[in-house]
Design a protein. Structure first.
Length: 298
């Protein structure tokens, strides 16, 4: 391998491995697509290897690139550690993009406060949220994800986890709905009302339905959407009721013409965690990130 390579080129290499496309890497690094393409050309010449070959609309790494990726990631993290004075870490001087894997519903209620904290304390840092879909440990290990925020713990000894909060589900309806004009809808009234349900896989029956079945009730689901945000927006503009996490209901009730109410039976609660790879446990910037997420979750 040629030695005429700087850290910026290695950052491009790392981003290309993580994103699988020039466009994705450019967005990750806040570079233009032409600049990222030129950097890929320099990488190929310096490493004397194609590094990435086209597969459909994306790029796949060569065997050499796959072998080099962990070493490049280690070099970049080592350089980051050298550049940050652990005792005198200043968020205001931080220039870093944090990639957070988070679902749409949690992001809607948590990230606005997180963005405000970033703007006040680390104006040059960037939050990049990516949706759930492949909740694996490898993305934390290889650094393509800095932080995972969600309800599903990742069972691995090298992943650190912290509970942010626990919340239940409530009913959300338009203020014009008959349920909004009832002081406290009964369970029978709730189940008789048409529902919009949430399932990433489009299922019409889930844990909430199991809980209702346990008390001899069944709700009338007439629509299924992929996220609680979509369910809340449908409820706001229709006669449907959505059963959504309480924080999301409070968030929309402050901004849309909707009302929320407690459900008169126990429904499954959700425990939201933040999770990260152990190698970042003592990284000053990452510790600061976790603190901001923790405070934004209060």
């Amino acid at each position: 391998m040629a030695m005429d390579m700087d850290l910026n080129l290695l950052r491009v290499f790392d981003a290309l491995v993580a994103e699988g496309s020039v466009t994705g890497a450019a967005e990750r690094l806040n570079l233009s697509i032409p600049a990222t393409s030129r950097a890929l050309g320099r990488l190929r010449r310096a490493m004397d290897d194609p590094i990435f070959v086209r597969a459909g609309r994306g790029l796949v790494p060569t065997p050499f690139a796959l072998r080099a990726a962990p070493q490049v990631r280690s070099l970049l993290e080592g350089a980051q550690g050298l550049l940050i004075d652990r005792k005198n870490f200043e968020p205001a001087e931080l220039e870093r993009t944090f990639v957070i894997r988070i679902n749409e519903g949690t992001a809607a209620s948590l990230t606005p406060a997180l963005v405000r904290r970033f703007a006040a304390e680390a104006p040059n840092a960037v939050i990049r949220c990516v949706g759930e879909g492949n909740e694996d440990v490898d993305s934390l290990r290889n650094g393509s994800i800095d932080l995972d925020i969600g309800a599903d713990p990742l069972p691995s000894s090298d992943v650190c986890s912290e509970i942010l909060y626990r919340e239940g589900h409530v009913g959300l309806v338009s203020k014009s709905s008959p349920l909004a004009r009832t002081a406290q809808p009964t369970l029978a009234q709730l189940c008789e009302h048409p529902h919009v349900s949430t399932s990433r896989r489009g299922r019409t029956h889930g844990p909430i339905d199991d809980a209702l079945s346990a008390v001899g009730m069944r709700r009338r689901v007439i629509a299924v959407v992929a996220s609680p945000v979509a369910a809340a927006l449908m409820a706001a503009d229709s006669d449907l009721v959505a059963l959504v996490p309480e924080r999301l209901a409070r968030y929309f009730a402050a901004r849309l013409d909707v009302a929320w109410f407690a459900v008169p039976t126990e429904l499954p609660a959700v425990t939201i965690h933040q999770q990260w790879h152990g190698r970042l446990d003592h990284d000053p910037a990452h510790k600061w990130l976790r603190e901001q997420v923790r405070e934004a979750s209060v």
